[in-house]
Ligand binder design. Structure first.
Ligand code: GCB
Length: 613
């Protein structure tokens, strides 16, 4: 990666450490471990007053408080007073948002208690048990057998807690999770967004059974310092990586095997982590055209973890984004994590399949997963389909930039995102935020996130979706943050939020930075099936015309123009969109409507992308 900025280099010199030097305790590649799924039917209590958490003096209930909702309810005598309980028909499916499951939840924001029992037999003395959540929106308190395991904040990233063995029973373990999706000014995201605040246990829940010491996470990638063209020519590559163990060891080996490449490498570890280099011959690089993934296995003591990993190099050279030594133009599309036909969060592999199949049909080679890290299913599928990914943390609009605690919350989400997905070849861009307003505190805040992202992972590009000013047709891109990102990305809506679609014909662009330039959003709303002349707002014809004009402008962009990801693949639910006829609670900028029908503009972009292919 080429830095044009001296200040950032100076900051980075002090803190460059390749790969996730993790402060968090995250276990990755859950599918590659021994697990017991806790997905399925859970009971719930809806608790808007948080009665299960606070007593009548509004003090937090203590662990032994029988009225706390993490406590069991057993009526022993008929005179017993019990004021809560988990029983049918108060049931919900996990993973899943609550809003779409029961009518009572549609607009609910607040606390819901989830409960289920599980049995766990045959755990050996030298094994550990963790509970792992793919994501819970937003704040989670986890209790097992009436004891608190821990809390987590952040609606789109994974976390896990170790369960003390003496707490586990063979049968009837009583698991309770308090989930609260209330929005707060000092959280990430903040109170104001343009998407639905789906609450609940929205991703998979698993018990993970592990040896006493185990591989917590690891990274394996192409060495970023080697000249990739020379490597391709000689067919000699260098891989590099990082391993993090749960506990320190002395003089113990981890063996990495990639049978197809005849790699079998022992890495000796002293301490709880190590970095390593491996030579590889005749390696086929991963790319959208050939998304080659290798079977990789990592062995540590009796543990063996399997992965599929692709190898590719992403960098910027001057004004271009370079993949495996060649310039690439990103034919992107933005996606929210939602299945519009059911007005719910996407949760499964088949949901990911549906969304990425639409993107493929559009001839896209890239997706911007807006505005938060999506389900791991998405990036794993993107790996196997050859779709490039922009992954983002929900630092969105006007968060509390002056507040250091908020910065730390953003850093934590960034770290959880990076550690989870650091082995996905598809992920080429980490984005640290979207449309944040330009002022000093904000720029310092965002800069700190960029530094953190580089510190965690020096093998990908960093960006953020910025804004552009328009004065009499001159589009100026000069946000000071552009100096610190690898790609300068802007959201631009000329002809929708101002001006006329025709204005694109005379628009000119002045980009202050000599680096790749990316349009991270552009779009217009249309109600699927509403047809009129093109000057009629909300008609499919207006949106089609908007795309035609935008594309004509794209064809005249400055030579650092490196791609677009229009807004957005599918209509999505948003409480901000209240036109009674055309919106009805939906942001209508989808190229596909909420019933799954393609709008006219879909075909305009599809054709442009086919020409670019
Ligand atoms: C934007 C935001 C996106 C909104 C979109 C819109 O610039 O980044 O989250 O949904 O505009 O539709 O206004």
């Amino acid at each position: 990666m080429k830095y044009q900025n001296k200040h950032l280099i100076a900051i980075l010199v002090f803190c460059i450490v390749q790969y996730a030097e993790s402060q968090i305790n995250l276990i990755t590649n859950i599918d590659g471990r021994e697990t017991i799924s806790l997905n399925g039917t859970w009971n719930y209590i809806i608790d808007p007053y948080e009665t299960g958490f606070y007593n009548y003096r509004y003090g937090e209930r203590n662990e032994n408080d029988g009225e706390a909702y993490w406590s069991r309810t057993e009526v022993k005598n008929k005179i017993d007073r019990i004021e809560h309980g988990y029983e049918s028909p108060y049931e919900m499916q996990v993973p899943g948002d609550w809003n779409s499951q029961k009518e009572i939840f549609e607009y609910y924001e607040g606390t819901v208690w989830y409960q289920r029992n599980f049995d766990l037999k045959h755990i050996k003395d030298n094994e550990r048990v963790f509970i792992h959540f793919g994501a819970i929106n937003y704040e989670a308190h986890v209790y097992l057998n009436e004891k608190k395991m821990g809390t987590h904040k952040g609606g789109f990233t994974p976390f896990n807690f170790e369960i003390p063995k003496d707490l586990l029973k063979n049968e009837g373990n009583f698991l309770v999770v308090k989930v609260d999706n209330k929005r707060h000014k000092d959280e990430i995201p903040t109170v104001n967004t343009d998407w639905w605040n789906y609450g609940g246990i929205t991703r998979d829940v698993n018990l993970v059974i592990l040896p006493d010491n185990f591989l917590q996470h690891y990274a394996l990638t192409i060495n970023q310092d080697q000249d990739i063209k020379t490597a391709i020519k000689k067919s000699e590559f260098e891989l590099e990586g990082h391993i993090k163990l749960f506990k320190s060891v002395s003089n113990t080996a981890v063996t990495i095997e990639i049978p197809e490449l005849k790699i079998n490498k022992k890495i000796i570890i002293n301490g709880d982590d190590a970095t390593f280099h491996i030579k590889a011959k005749k390696l086929k690089l991963w790319s959208p055209k050939n998304p080659k993934l290798y079977d990789v296995s990592l062995k540590f003591n009796d543990e063996q973890i399997k992965e599929k990993i692709g190898f590719r190099k992403i960098e910027t050279v001057g004004k271009k984004i370079i993949l495996n030594g060649d310039p690439i133009f990103l034919r992107g599309i933005c996606i929210h994590e939602e299945i519009a036909q059911d007005a719910r969060r996407a949760t499964s592999k088949s949901d990911a399949q549906q969304l990425l199949a639409y993107a493929k049909d559009l001839n896209a080679n890239m997706v911007r997963l807006a505005h938060y890290p999506h389900n791991e299913n998405m990036v794993r599928l993107a790996d196997s389909l050859g779709v490039l990914v922009w992954s983002e943390i929900p630092v969105y609009w006007t968060i509390d930039f002056k507040n250091e605690t908020v910065l730390n919350k953003a850093k934590k989400q960034l770290e959880e995102m990076v550690v989870r997905d650091q082995n996905r070849a598809s992920v080429i861009i980490w984005s640290v935020g979207n449309e944040t307003p330009v002022h000093e505190a904000r720029t310092d805040f965002m800069k700190a996130l960029i530094v953190k992202a580089k510190q965690l992972d020096d093998t990908r590009l960093i960006s953020a979706a910025l804004e552009v000013s328009n004065k009499n047709g001159l589009h100026k891109v000069d946000d000071p943050l552009g100096e610190f990102t690898d790609i300068v990305s802007v959201n631009e809506y000329l002809g929708w939020y101002g001006g006329h679609p025709n204005d694109t014909q005379t628009a000119s662009w002045d980009i202050a930075y000599n680096k790749p330039f990316f349009i991270s959003e552009t779009g217009a709303g249309a109600k699927g099936g509403f047809h009129a002349d093109k000057e009629t707002r909300w008609s499919e014809e207006y949106q089609e015309w908007y795309y035609e004009e935008q594309i004509n402008m794209m064809k005249r962009m400055p030579d650092n123009f490196s791609g677009i990801s229009p807004w957005i693949l599918v209509d999505f639910k948003s409480p901000r969109r209240n036109h009674p006829k055309y919106q009805e609670g939906w942001n209508r900028k989808g190229l596909i409507d909420n019933k799954g029908n393609k709008k006219k503009a879909f075909y305009v972009l599809q054709e442009y992308y086919s020409e670019l292919k």
